[in-house]
Design a protein around this ligand. Structure first.
Ligand SMILES: [Fe+2]
Ligand SMILES: [Fe+2]
Length: 314
């Protein structure tokens, strides 16, 4: 019986392209990025040198809603500022802000300030003053330094990655799992670069890699659908096409500077990828399994089914 299985698998994988998709899937899974923000010269060495470019991240009326999706923990306190230069520096040099990305929201009677702090460095700043308007970047930090009074401060700790690849994501085919890992790592890298205020060229390269890789990955899955006669291939292809079109549309506007890369855009991409893997991709993995398609890895299937049960996904 085991020999027959092995023979069927060997027969099934005699096409070198299919064999590569099933067993390897990806040349190399990228490393997780650990970006370090580039700092300004003293006295502003606690501020990213791209703060003026990056502060658009806080220019979003729904920023709190978006940020709360990345929030892991929040802490509130009363805060007294004295209008002394260097107070903002003191504020962000607290040990907990050096350990994880944070959004710090400071609210007073006539003022609200938002600081995105990536491991102790302010990468984005916004200050809203009643009756005056909003300022961004270094200007916002300077003005906040001059304010005095009682404030309410909220420290929101943000997650350091969007999510991790786990066995519940497995579609029981090693090569396709490797490709999904690639997508998850690249999305997380984009998230970290965004939070770290990395320069535009880094964001561009990571976005390009993501867009190209997605197309390649979809082709790989569709090759398997054709090869093994998956019955819901057309509907699945349509989902792929819709996503590719949406990303292409975004990329066009992004490159023409008509649209920004925001946390909201990133959450949309990441949610789509996660939901698609956990539902539609899972569906073809399960169908292949049920129909004895010989490219299935039994051990991956077992581990994935257990994980999905544990997480209440099935
Ligand atoms: Fe997929
Ligand atoms: Fe898919």
């Amino acid at each position: 019986m085991a020999l027959l299985k092995l023979l069927r698998r060997w027969w099934s994988l005699r096409d070198p392209e299919i064999r590569w998709i099933v067993e390897v899937g990806v040349d190399e899974v990228p490393e997780e990025a650990e970006p370090v923000p580039e700092r300004m010269q003293p006295p502003y060495s606690f501020v990213s040198r791209y703060v003026n470019e990056t502060s658009y991240l806080l220019d979003d009326p729904d920023i709190l809603l978006t940020v709360f999706r990345s929030a892991e923990e929040r802490r509130e306190e009363r805060l007294r500022l004295h209008g002394l230069p260097g107070e903002v520096k003191l504020l962000v040099s607290r040990p907990e802000l050096a350990r994880a990305p944070h959004l710090v929201v400071i609210e007073g009677e006539r003022l609200a300030a938002w600081l995105l702090v990536y491991y102790g460095v302010i990468v984005a700043a916004r200050l809203d003053e009643a009756g005056v308007g909003s300022s961004y970047g270094l200007q916002a930090i300077r003005w906040l330094d001059e304010w005095s009074g009682e404030f309410h401060a909220v420290y929101i700790r943000l997650r350091s990655r969007l999510y991790r690849w786990g066995p519940e994501f497995s579609v029981y085919i090693r090569g396709i799992d490797n490709q999904h890992r690639y997508l998850v790592v690249t999305l997380n890298n984009l998230y970290r670069h965004l939070l770290a205020g990395s320069p535009r060229r880094v964001l561009d390269d990571t976005l390009d890699a993501l867009a190209d890789y997605t197309k390649f990955h979809f082709r790989s899955e569709e090759r398997l659908f054709d090869r093994y006669g998956y019955p819901r291939a057309e509907a699945h292809r349509r989902q792929h096409r819709l996503f590719v079109d949406k990303v292409a549309d975004f990329m066009e506007k992004y490159k023409a500077n008509e649209q920004r890369l925001t946390l909201e855009v990133l959450h949309f991409l990441a949610d789509w990828v996660r939901n698609h893997i956990l539902t539609s991709d899972h569906d073809f993995g399960e169908w292949f399994y049920q129909h004895g398609v010989p490219i299935i890895d039994e051990r991956l299937a077992r581990e994935s089914r257990e994980a999905r049960k544990r997480l209440g996904l099935d």
